[in-house]
Design a protein around this ligand. Structure first.
Ligand code: UDP
Length: 333
């Protein structure tokens, strides 16, 4: 099978590409390299095009056959989304409409979409099922929810089958430390803690310790990036077997506080990590933990690397190794 992977040079997309190749599928990557890395996709076919550019998409992709599309490409920073809503609506929503147009025109019948727990907004229950109300509290979440509705409508009309995967906190790195998280700026807890440990970043700031949680810091559900990649393969198989539109939570189902994460990071690193307690970060709900039964029952997905320690160990191996050199085959639109 041959799949198109938008955003395949990004953190989660590049791990999915790896997983596809491991099962001897082919992958062609679409990326504009606004945040992705060429080193993450060395040796793969890459089409450098911005999804907002419908003419460019048509020029580079018309007449190609793909068995399905994994759609990762998106802007994903909450703060930036508040400051630049048009950028987010154009990239995430209009860009997806363009992609679906080209998929439709060329008969690529299946789309697996990267969504987020941010579609839920402020949780009303400690464990969130997919039936929880979707009331995003930031522009990023709004645009992801809008794409889910777009996919639901398009798949309802018959030509393209789609499903949506709502990630909780993606973390960790490839088992062999050859791929991992490399955001600039880095905003996520585990890489920030490990960068502080290795001296590659200033001391970690814990964003608030006065929440109504057992230790006062926020609880999150961390899921290994390779488990996420596995879920995408299963979701695509599910569509191929006739599955209809649905959204699935992807998490481990367990909540860990920022303090617990920091403790595990210190155990893995083997020394204290410089940190201080700061103010709350705007828009952070106190608890965000997935109910994952739907993905288990419908997709047959079970996270295999669910322990926080295993996640942090892989992230630490990656942090110590450093980033590979730039490279990769690029074809321009
Ligand atoms: N966090 C923190 N310091 C950081 C980054 C994150 O205390 O430098 C906290 C953040 O407030 C949240 C949790 O760690 O409670 C996870 O945040 P992250 O940005 O990794 O993921 P999010 O849950 O926002 O998607």
């Amino acid at each position: 099978m041959h799949f198109l992977v938008t955003g395949g040079a990004g953190y989660i997309g590049s791990h999915l590409v790896r997983a596809l190749l491991a099962r001897e599928d082919e992958a062609t990557i679409v990326d504009d390299f606004s945040t992705g890395h060429r080193w993450a996709i060395q040796g793969r076919e890459v089409i450098e095009v911005d999804l907002r550019d419908l003419a460019g998409l048509r020029r580079t992709l018309a007449g190609r056959h793909f068995d399905g599309v994994f759609h990762f490409a998106a802007k994903s920073l909450v703060g930036e989304s508040q400051a630049q809503p048009l950028l987010y609506w154009q990239n995430n929503v209009a860009g997806t409409a363009n992609l679906l147009q080209v998929a439709n025109d060329n008969g690529w019948g299946r789309v697996v979409f990267s969504s987020t727990a941010a579609v839920y907004g402020n949780p009303e229950t400690p464990r969130i099922t997919e039936a929880h109300p979707t009331q995003p509290i930031n522009v990023y979440g709004e645009t992801k929810l809008a794409v889910e509705r777009l996919l639901r409508d398009v798949s309802g009309a018959g030509k393209v089958a789609a499903c949506s995967l709502r990630y909780f906190n993606a973390a960790g790195a490839a088992d062999d430390a050859s791929l991992g998280e490399a955001h600039e700026p880095e905003t996520h807890l585990i890489p920030n803690a490990l960068r502080a440990a290795s001296g590659n970043a200033p001391a970690l700031t814990v964003f608030g310790d006065d929440y109504d949680t057992p230790d006062g810091t926020c609880l999150r559900d961390y899921i290994h990036v390779e488990d996420l990649a596995d879920a995408h393969l299963l979701a695509m198989d599910h569509l191929a077997a006739g599955g209809g539109f649905a959204a699935y939570n992807l998490g481990s189902g367990a909540g860990y506080s920022v303090r617990q994460v920091l403790d595990v990071c210190e155990q893995v690193v083997g020394r204290p990590i410089p940190h201080s307690i700061g103010a709350r970060r705007a828009g952070d709900p106190p608890v965000l933990v997935a109910a994952t039964e739907l993905a288990q029952d419908c997709l047959g997905w079970t996270p295999r690397r669910a322990s926080l320690r295993a996640i942090v160990e892989s992230a630490w191996a990656w942090e110590q190794k450093g980033r590979p050199a730039a490279g990769g085959l690029t074809r321009r639109a």
